[in-house]
Design a protein around this ligand. Sequence first.
Ligand code: PLP
Length: 486
Amino acid sequence: MTNQNNVIKFYSGEQIPVELHKVRMVQKLFLKPIEERKAAMEEAGFNTFLLSTKDVFLDMLTDSGTNAMSDNQISSMLQADDAYAGSQSFYRMEKALREVFGKHYVLPAHQGRAAENIVSQAFIKKGEVIPMNYHFTTTKEHMELNGGKVLEIYADDALQIKSDKPFKGNIDIDKLKDVFSTYGKEKVAFVRMEASTNLIGGQPFSMQNMRDVKKICEENETMMVLDASLIGENAWFIKQREEEFKNAEIKDILLEMCSYADLVYFSSRKVSSTRGGGIVTNSKDLYMKMRDLLVLYEGFLTYGGMSVREIEAMAVGLNETCDETVISQSPSFIAYAVNELDAAGVPVITPPGALGCHIDAMGFLPHVPQTDYPAGALATALFIISGIRGMERGTISSVRDENGDDIPADVELLRLAFPRRVFTLSQTKFVIDRVKWLYENRELVGGLEWVEEPPLLRFFMGRLKAKGDWPEKLMAKFKEDFGESL
Ligand SMILES: *Cc1c(COP(=O)(O)O)cnc(C)c1O
C-alpha cells in the first residue's frame, strides 16, 4: 500500500489529519484555573523546565522519550530476556537494526548523546573540523570536548522563518567543497548530516542532497555520519516532497538514506518511541574503533546501558518506523497547526517540519528586545493563558561572551513539540485557539529578567521574573474574554 497519509477530506471539503490509532491506555490531565497557572509559573521562576507536570495541561516541551508506545511495543517488554551477556532481547534488536538501517554491526548506548560521546572520542582529533547541516546541542558539546570545531554549512536562506523551500535541512554543496579546499581532507574528521534538523525547526534534507554530499565525501576519502534520531519523519518528507520517491516504500527510503552513511547513530527516545540509543555500521574497522569505548562507558556489548525491556520495545519500534501511519502522525498534526496559525498571520516557521510547531518570537513580540528574552516571555505567557508547556529556543538557551554580555541567538523560537500519537485533534485545536488569542493580545506581553542565572546550561535551572506587571494584565484580559472558561 502506498501513500498512507493521515489527512482525510470531510464532506464539507475541509481536510484534517485523523488519528489512525485508538487510545487504549490513558493518563488523566488537569486544566487548572488561570490564577493557579500563573502562580505555578511564578513558582517555576518563569522557566518552563521548572514546572511540575501536575500543573501542565498539554506538555509540548519535547518529543524526547514522550512518544506514545504501541500495544505491540508494550507487550514485547514482557518477553524480555534478562542477561548480562548474550540476551535474546539484544539479538532481536540487532536483527531489527540490520533490517531497517541495513547495517551489520550494532553498538547499543543508553541514549543519543552517549553515542555521540563514543563517535566523537573515536573519530575526532584536536584541531579537526566537522562540517554539518546544523548542530544539535549535545552533539556540539561532545565534538568540542574532543577538540573538534563544528562548521554549519546550511544554505543562506535556511534560517528564514517564512519559506516554501521543501528541504531547508540540506547541506550547501559549494560550502562543503570550500571546507575541503580550505582545511584539506586530513583536517576534516567526518561530515555529519542530521535528519529532520532539530534546531532549525525540524527541517528535512533531500535524498539528492545526501547523494551529492556522499559523492564529495568519497572524492575526499572522508567518512559520512548520519544522525538518525528523527530519520522516520525525514523519510516521510522525502516521500511527500521529492518527486522521485512519491511511490516509494518508506523501508526502501530508509535503507537508501542509511546506505550513504558509513556510520549511523541515533537516539531511540525519538526514532523508536522508547529510550536508549545506538550506533550501527557495516565497517568492521569502524566498529573495532568504538567497541572498547562502548564497554567502558555504556555497559557490555549486548545491553549498552539499556534495560532489556527498552531493548525489546526498541526492536518493535524500529519496525514501526517503517509504517507510514506512525511516522506521518506528528508531521501531519504539526502541518495542521502551522497552516492554521500561518493563515491567521501568526509568525511560524514554514514549511511545516518534524517534531514541533515553531513560533517566531521576534515576529510575535516585536516590542520585546532580545535582551528581554522574547522566546522565554512567549513561553511563559502561553503557559499562563493555556496550561500549554513549550520550550524556549532562543537567547536564554544561548550563553554570555567573555565580557558577560548575552550572545543573541540566531532565531528566537518557541517550540511546541508534538510527540507521536500523544495529542488529539481537539487538543491541537485548543493550542491553535490559545496561540491566536495570545497573538491578538500580544502587546500585553512584556519581557523577562534574571533572578538567578547559573553559569552553565542556564536554560535548564535558571530563574527569572516578569519585567513589570504584565502577567496580571494578561490574566485580567483573559478573564474578560473567556469568563469562567479555563
Ligand atoms: C535528541 C537528539 C540527540 C540526543 O539524544 P538523547 O537521547 O536525548 O541523548 C541527538 N541528536 C538529535 C538530532 C536529537 O534530536
